[in-house]
Ligand binder design. Structure first.
Ligand SMILES: C[S@@+](CC[C@H](N)C(=O)[O-])C[C@H]1O[C@@H](n2cnc3c(N)ncnc32)[C@H](O)[C@@H]1O
Length: 195
């Protein structure tokens, strides 16, 4: 994910899933809202899929931890209403970001949060960036068979020098069952789980 030019050619599954989820749980948006896309990556999904679903928004801001991703998104996809900025969603300094951009009526995130180590802080930051009465739709891997493969590899003498595996999600975080492939949540309510 440090190579935006490669990533933008390799994300058909993320694009497909975002389309499916937005079709089913997509926004009923009044005009003029501020929308945030957390972990926007290259920005192609933000512009091609999220912007189309969001209609007449005032601001659509894509944020990502990676400066490479943000630079690529800015160069290729920035418009007069769509912007990109760097943000670690697990930062301890979210108030600086909020002072700059304000809060958001809708927050979306696609296939990002499973990369975040401090999920409690990330979820707290998402809450503090959400405007009163706002809504969030978060899509991320809560469990995947590959996690077990990583764990088993890390236990072998051949691989353990290269790998340290922590399973960070737990059932308490979202107060739900993690033994599913994907969770889609809106605010604190789990709307959809599919395997
Ligand atoms: C698999 S890509 C998803 C990109 C895009 N949302 C999509 O679905 O095609 C995950 C993105 O999350 C970003 N990311 C990882 N940790 C993050 C964090 N703590 N804060 C913000 N973005 C993060 C990565 O840099 C990467 O661009």
């Amino acid at each position: 994910m440090n190579n935006p030019a490669l990533y933008v050619k390799s994300n058909p599954f993320q694009r497909r899933d975002a389309q499916l989820v937005l079709k089913k749980y997509g926004p009923q948006l009044a005009p003029g809202l501020a929308v945030l896309d957390v972990g926007c990556g290259t920005g192609d999904l933000t512009v091609d899929i999220l912007a189309q679903a969001c209609g007449d928004f005032r601001l659509l801001l894509g944020v990502d931890l990676s400066s490479h991703m943000v630079d690529f998104a800015r160069r290729n996809f920035q418009t007069d209403r769509i912007f990109f900025d760097q943000l670690d969603i697990a930062t301890t300094e979210v108030s600086t970001f909020r002072a700059r951009w304000g809060s958001f009526d809708r927050i979306y995130s696609f296939y990002c949060l499973h990369w975040v180590k401090d999920l409690n802080r990330a979820v707290g930051n998402l809450g503090s960036l959400l405007a009163t009465g706002g809504e969030m739709l978060l899509v991320f891997l809560a469990h995947n068979p590959i996690f077990e493969v990583y764990q088993r590899m890390a236990a072998t003498s051949r691989w353990k020098v290269y790998m340290e595996v922590s399973i960070l999600l737990n059932g308490d975080l979202l107060n739900t069952n993690i033994h599913k492939t994907c969770l889609v949540i809106s605010c604190s309510d789990v709307l959809l789980q599919f395997t």
